[in-house]
Design a protein. Structure first.
Length: 379
């Protein structure tokens, strides 16, 4: 039995308030009453109401659509009806963010869901037919939201998807908060999961998960998550790693992984953006790297080296009275928009001083190199 009362309104105080305006309010009955969403509503963590758009019509046929100006197929939802419905929603939920579901809107993703979960109240406006009069998005709503690059018959399924993703982020909705924090898309894809039996039809769960060593398990999970993100969704790495610096990778992944790992450990880095060079360029850089031009000195030297060679090796330590290499690297990056790391492990122990401007999580680095390994055909 659905906990949605017949008027489609959950009557729980507190929590996030959500109103969905739709010509099909019953659409939401069972789905919003089931599972975690139903429980969340039951606990008052979220209050969701489905309101009939036709309540805001002013003719006896309760008309919500009309023919498009200029002709063409299908019907368009009327601006005046939406205006009244949205005004009523804003009055009922002061300060609410009003969202029109539309395939042309901002695409829903984890970050967007997290952002929207911070709102006190949300109003979802569900289009139907050929869509909604443009003046609704231009003048009446705060944003348009899409759930992906495909066209649905109506905004209801999109609203439901968005509500589910958003409600999951509300404190208390998902029992243990870490199950949200380690979800896919928080930082790439989630690690693979197993449960009993340990062996099924000869298919074994990984031994490390059965061993009880939590440090090893955490490490295995981080590596697996990063590896599969690199293999399956390198685009996510790109998004996570998008940063100010372009790191030109000039060596096979293994050595660079060690190099990057060193940088990460040394500098507690967070983000990294990558430019993969072609084989010729890599060969050239490798050649140069065999006789690295160390720049201990002033920025001007580094700048000149960069201009002449597109390659600068910055040593780990500044010489007496010289600028910190990290500072030089930062300036170079600002000026050029890119920087090249030396090939392989630095000849100077701990000597990757481009690092302060390159930030990455260790797991992201691992994922990055899983992707690179595939890119270079070594995966
Ligand atoms: N003719 C419109 C177009 O080409 O952009 C599509 C209209 S669609 C058939 C009807 C309604 O479904 C839209 O107004 C919107 O509310 C909803 N809708 C369809 N696809 C959607 C998506 N990917 N994300 C969010 N809402 C969507």
């Amino acid at each position: 039995m659905s906990p949605l009362p017949s008027d489609g309104v959950f009557r729980h105080a507190g929590g996030m308030q959500i109103r969905v305006v739709t010509i099909f309010p019953n659409f939401f009955d069972s789905c919003l009453g089931e599972g975690l969403l139903g429980k969340a509503a039951g606990k008052g963590l979220v209050r969701i109401e489905a309101v009939d758009l036709r309540a805001y019509t002013d003719d006896k046929h309760r008309t919500v659509d009309d023919e498009p100006f200029g002709g063409g197929a299908g019907m368009v939802m009327k601006v005046d009806v939406w205006d009244r419905a949205i005004a009523a929603a804003r009055a009922a939920l002061p300060g609410a963010r009003v969202i029109l579901l539309s395939p042309q809107g901002e695409t829903l993703c984890e970050d967007v869901a997290r952002r929207l979960a911070r709102e006190k109240a949300l109003v979802f406006c569900c289009g139907r037919y050929e869509g909604v009069d443009e003046r609704v998005s231009a003048h009446l709503v705060d944003q348009e939201l899409s759930i992906g690059d495909y066209v649905l018959t109506g905004g209801e399924a999109a609203a439901l998807t968005a509500i589910d993703a958003i409600a999951r982020k509300l404190p208390g909705v998902v029992g243990r908060s870490e199950s949200v924090d380690t979800d896919t898309f928080t930082a790439g894809l989630k690690y693979p999961q197993y449960t009993r039996p340990a062996t099924y039809k000869g298919w074994k769960a990984p031994a490390v998960l059965l061993g009880g060593d939590h440090r090893k398990i955490a490490q295995w999970r981080a590596e697996q998550a990063a590896k599969r993100t690199g293999e399956r969704r390198p685009d996510l790495l790109g998004r996570v790693l998008a940063g100010r610096t372009r790191l030109a990778l000039v060596d096979p992944p293994k050595a660079l992984a060690a190099l990057a790992q060193q940088a990460v450990t040394a500098y507690g880095l967070r983000e990294l953006a990558v430019c993969v060079t072609d084989a010729d360029q890599r060969a050239q850089w490798r050649e140069k790297a065999q006789a690295p031009q160390r720049i201990y000195g002033p920025l001007a030297n580094a700048r000149r080296r960069w201009k002449d060679n597109r390659f600068v090796h910055l040593a780990a330590q500044a010489g007496p009275g010289q600028a910190a290499p990290g500072e030089i690297a930062r300036q170079l990056v600002d000026e050029t928009g890119e920087i090249t790391l030396t090939w392989g492990l630095s000849p100077v122990p701990g000597g990757l001083v481009a690092a302060p401007v390159i930030e990455a999580q260790p797991s992201e680095i691992i994922g990055l190199f899983a992707w690179l390994a595939r890119f270079f055909g070594r995966g």
